[in-house]
Design a protein around this ligand. Structure first.
Ligand code: ADP
Length: 573
């Protein structure tokens, strides 16, 4: 084109002037001695090569095409990618020809062509487009991030397009490897959850049988046999508590426990904890004191469950590791701001065996016990403080210990809370105790309230659990009907027929959630609502939420002990 212009459109005077101007502008790149010997064409060539050399050294792939998408020029990287020796081999290639030489897939060729033509037609650049992967001449697969920019002539018409592609293969490979690793981690986590769910079911179902039968036996037999039954019951409960603690650790580590905030009276929680430990404290002849700061507001917005669990573990330890003296639980008000945000301090202080300074960091590690179980002095699993720490962290608080060996211990929990001006809508003092870590239940009207013996439908497929639960229910004066599948519920259920339903979630065939849905549909339009209590060996936040959405009233972790059954019956009926 330049040559044509030189020969046809420009007369020699103009050409000389033009050359002078060019030489002046490019004097830094053309050797002074060469100037005299170079023809006009040579000078132009000199300059063009100069720029081609610059482009050639540019990193990434640089190429430019005419307004029909036909190749005009490119840098060395593009030639290397195609395995071409020189620019002449690149010039004039169509996308189809490039695709053949480069062994691009049909989709890749089409995608490059479409994007290029789109830039030419719209005159708008397309920036940072992640391109389909293509092979390099050396066998590697390469990934590009490409920007295509239109080239305009002086009148503003598009005369072509320049493409700049950056090789992102390394980054892409890392990203793909990360995605694979994430997929594998998710699959592993899923397998772990499945395993836990299965194990919970497989361990808890027979354990429920053992505990339930031991409870029944303790109530029936006398003398030495009663002692045996008590021991059996205590051992079963200990095993269950250990198992539940382990499950809780797994759930905490899986992020399966989320702490919901609610408005509640902190004093009530402290009283509940005290009531719970009174028998043990009395048996050890200890004093149990509560201090409640004068400025502590009546109601706070915080995680009741989190605070309850924290205190439960700390007071439990204080009772366990103290043999004389006292245990003091204090709730102090530290500070508040104008927005009602406050900081409170909960302290559990004991006069027990204390903890050596150099061991105080270790005790928050999971499964750490300073006095190992084989010494047989104290029961425990070394998980309590780990759980406390996780709960406190989830509540954005902090926990630390002040202690010296033989001098008692003081566990301090600092928590941010919100001061609440209103009372909670309904506060049920016992709800936390019997339901934790399950979902708080709603108080609902049952169909039949006047009858003496409440009619209970027990939906359970495991024969030992069936026998054990129905015996426990009968022993507290309930009339029990047992069915072993969801399908049978459809046969026997009539609205208003039962006062309460215990529903196992994992049934063969139709599952507990679908059965509940069915029951709620049958009740629609009438004014009865039978409380449905879901029972599962593996409670998680998501299972609990799901149960509530399918019409169940609350979720309990198996096994249901006699006291819990009594409290449920009292509460609902
Ligand atoms: P567990 O009590 O089940 O062993 P924890 O995680 O609750 O597990 O406690 C870990 C260890 O910290 C205990 O085994 C005990 O050695 C020590 N510890 C915890 N609380 C106290 C306390 N109040 N007094 C003395 N030692 C304690």
């Amino acid at each position: 084109m330049i040559e044509t212009a030189l020969h046809e459109n420009i007369d020699s005077v103009k050409l000389n002037n033009l050359m002078d101007a060019v030489l002046h502008q490019y004097q830094h790149i053309i050797n002074e001695q060469d100037v005299a010997t170079l023809s006009s064409e040579n000078i132009i060539e000199y300059i063009v090569r100069y720029y081609e050399d610059i482009i050639s050294c540019m990193p990434g792939n640089v190429y430019w095409l005419d307004k029909h998408g036909i190749a005009i020029g490119c840098n060395k990287n593009v030639l290397d990618m195609f395995g071409l020796k020189n620019l002449a081999e690149f010039k004039g290639l169509t996308f189809e020809a490039m695709g053949r030489i480069g062994q691009w897939s049909v989709e890749a060729t089409q995608s490059f062509k479409n994007d290029t033509l789109n830039v030419i037609h719209t005159g708008k650049p397309k920036l940072n487009i992640e391109e389909p992967a293509i092979p390099h001449h050396d066998g590697r697969i390469i990934y590009f991030l490409t920007s295509r920019v239109p080239l305009f002539d002086q009148t503003g018409r598009v005369i072509g397009v320049v493409g700049i592609s950056v090789d992102i293969s390394e980054h892409k490979r890392t990203q793909l490897a990360l995605e694979k690793a994430k997929e594998r981690a998710e699959a592993a986590s899923h397998a772990k959850s499945e395993f836990l769910a299965n194990m919970s079911h497989d361990v808890k179902t027979p354990l429920s049988g053992i505990i339930g039968i031991a409870e029944l036996l303790s109530a029936r037999v006398q003398g030495e046999d009663r002692e045996f039954a008590h021991t059996l019951l205590a051992s079963g409960r200990q095993l269950l508590s250990f198992f539940d603690n382990c499950l809780e650790v797994f759930k905490l580590e899986n992020g399966d426990i989320t702490l919901l905030t609610e408005i509640f009276n902190l004093k009530d929680v402290l009283d509940e904890i005290c009531d719970l430990f009174k028998p043990a404290v009395r048996a050890k002849e200890l004093a149990l004191n509560i201090y409640f700061h004068d400025l502590m507001p009546n109601y706070i917005l915080a995680s009741r469950a989190g605070i309850y669990r924290t205190l439960l573990n700390l007071v439990g330890n204080a009772v366990k590791f103290t043999h004389q003296g006292s245990i003091t639980i204090s709730a102090d008000f530290i500070e508040k701001n104008a927005f009602g945000e406050a900081k409170i301090q909960l302290t559990v202080k004991d006069t027990g065996i204390g903890i050596a300074k150099n061991k105080q960091k270790d005790i928050f590690e999971r499964f750490t016990r300073l006095i190992p179980s084989y010494k047989g002095t104290y029961e425990g699993s070394g998980i309590g403080l780990y759980i406390v720490q996780k709960f406190v962290m989830a509540m954005q608080g902090e926990v630390y210990v002040n202690s010296e060996e033989g001098m008692g211990s003081e566990f301090v929990v600092l928590l941010p809370v919100q001061i609440a001006t209103k009372k909670p809508i309904s506060s049920d003092k016992n709800a936390t105790r019997i339901l934790l870590p399950q979902v708080p239940y709603k108080k609902l009207r049952s169909a039949v309230t006047e009858k003496q013996a409440p009619k209970i439908l027990l939906v359970e497929d495991n024969t030992i659990t069936q026998w054990m639960q129905s015996s426990l229910l009968s022993s507290i004066g309930c009339q029990v009907e047992v069915v072993d599948s969801g399908e049978k519920v459809l046969e026997v259920f009539e609205p208003g027929k039962y006062d309460l339903i215990f529903m196992d979630l994992g049934l063969p065939g139709m599952q507990g959630d679908a059965v509940s849905n069915y029951i709620r549909k049958r009740e629609e339009g009438g004014n009865v609502h039978v409380p449905i209590i879901a029972l599962t060996a593996h409670t998680t936040e998501s299972i609990s939420k799901h149960c509530l959405t399918t019409g169940m009233d609350c979720v309990f972790s198996k096994p249901l002990l006699r006291d819990q059954i009594k409290q449920i019956i009292d509460h609902y009926l």
